[in-house]
Design a protein around this ligand. Structure first.
Ligand SMILES: [Zn+2]
Length: 392
């Protein structure tokens, strides 16, 4: 373990090695095992490296039964004897920045609030840690982030050491070590001592910066999402673009975008309320006009009126006019709809009216003796349906 190139020199980007064995796993994936390697295999929360062996792509690296398998894209026969390995360094260095940043942030939460990290996930865009607390305040998050960035700015060394179980007592470890035999410690002197098999830069300054992006409750813990290093700039660029777009659409400086948006949304709510009130008023006028132009029965045929509008108009009329029956029809996208309603002095049942009219349009409907609504096919014109309703 200690001899592995990624432990010997964590900054090693290229190396030579010989092929020890080749194989094909159960899933049919081709792999090679090397005499030594700088390719880090998936483990301890850190994703595997990628890169090339000679010109062949390494797409996955896994440690299985004490051998490190380099899964390759393509044919095994292209590789033989001595090979030249080359890491996808931006990917590896990004993982080192995120992983070291995680140690620093986790240790900051422990130092400031005695809050332990119970799990860690290094995702392709963000990193998360689950902290064993019920809640974290904005102030606590800000304090932990500030402490972590101080440790980065101080550019402390990140050291590693291999020790035995017996030697563990000499170190003030952040949490108990689960492995036995040779134990690898990753240490930031006077700050954090931790058992870890991952790769880290050689000093905290190389983490560059750390930014917490959000929190969510997760099974009794609080999950903290954050980014380190180059990812801080990527996040900043993305957020800058979104904010600039919002500010441009609102025609205000970015700093005023949120308050302006709140005003716009509030104004929109008021407009919607006013529009609803105006529509109601308009329906009242329309109802009055229909009554003024008719005797005994109000009839009207429309295009593209909603059932709700028909119902509202009918209700307004029959509430005011105890002796009037109202029959309204609308043709909407190839369908006929109608509403029939009566004032309280009219004896005829609207259910009977619907019962006779619905079969004529292969329709369905329902309601009470006072008011019914129904809809069906355009087997006749809307005017013809009005006549049928009147005669029903
Ligand atoms: Zn670690």
């Amino acid at each position: 373990m200690k001899e592995l190139l990624y432990y010997q020199d964590v900054m090693l980007r290229e190396f030579d090695a010989t092929i020890v064995s080749k194989g094909i796993d159960e899933a049919g994936h081709h792999y090679v095992v090397l005499s030594n390697t700088a390719f880090y295999p998936t483990g301890g929360g850190q994703p595997h490296d990628t890169g090339t062996l000679n010109t062949i792509e390494v797409i996955d690296v896994e440690k299985i039964d004490d051998e490190i398998r380099h899964y390759i894209q393509g044919d095994l026969s292209a590789l033989d004897g001595v090979i030249h390995g080359k890491l996808n360094w931006p990917r590896r260095f990004d993982h080192m920045q995120q992983h070291a940043g995680q140690h620093i942030l986790t240790a900051s939460f422990v130092e400031l609030f005695d809050a332990q990290t119970v799990s860690f996930h290094l995702g392709s865009e963000q990193v998360t840690i689950d902290i064993a607390v019920d809640a974290l305040t904005e102030q606590q998050l800000a304090a932990a982030e500030a402490r972590a960035n101080d440790i980065i700015l101080e550019n402390r060394p990140i050291q590693t050491a291999w020790i035995t179980e017996e030697e563990l007592v000499n170190y003030n470890l952040r949490k108990e070590v689960a492995v036995t035999g040779d134990i690898r410690l990753v240490m930031i002197p006077d700050f954090d001592y931790n058992g870890c098999g991952g790769t880290h830069p050689t000093s905290t300054g190389q983490v560059s910066a750390i930014k917490i992006l959000g929190t969510e409750k997760m099974k009794g813990n609080v999950r903290v999402s954050f980014v380190c290093g180059q990812r801080v700039l990527i996040e900043l660029a993305m957020r800058k673009k979104v904010l600039a777009d919002v500010a441009r659409q609102l025609s205000v400086p970015e700093i005023e975008a949120a308050t302006t948006l709140a005003k716009v949304l509030s104004a929109q709510k008021n407009t919607e309320k006013a529009l609803v009130a105006t529509k109601e008023e308009l329906l009242t006028y329309e109802a009055k006009a229909l009554v003024a132009n008719s005797e005994g029965v109000v009839t009207a045929a429309f295009n593209q009126r909603t059932m709700q509008e028909l119902q509202k108009i009918a209700r307004i009329i029959v509430t005011d006019q105890a002796d009037i029956m109202t029959l309204l029809v609308s043709e909407n996208e190839g369908k006929l709809q109608f509403v029939a309603a009566k004032g309280k002095n009219v004896t005829k049942s609207m259910k009977d009216v619907a019962g006779k009219a619905l079969p004529l349009i292969n329709g369905k409907g329902g309601g009470s003796d006072q008011m019914v609504q129904g809809g069906g096919e355009c087997t006749m014109s809307k005017e013809e349906l009005l006549v049928a309703l009147q005669n029903a």
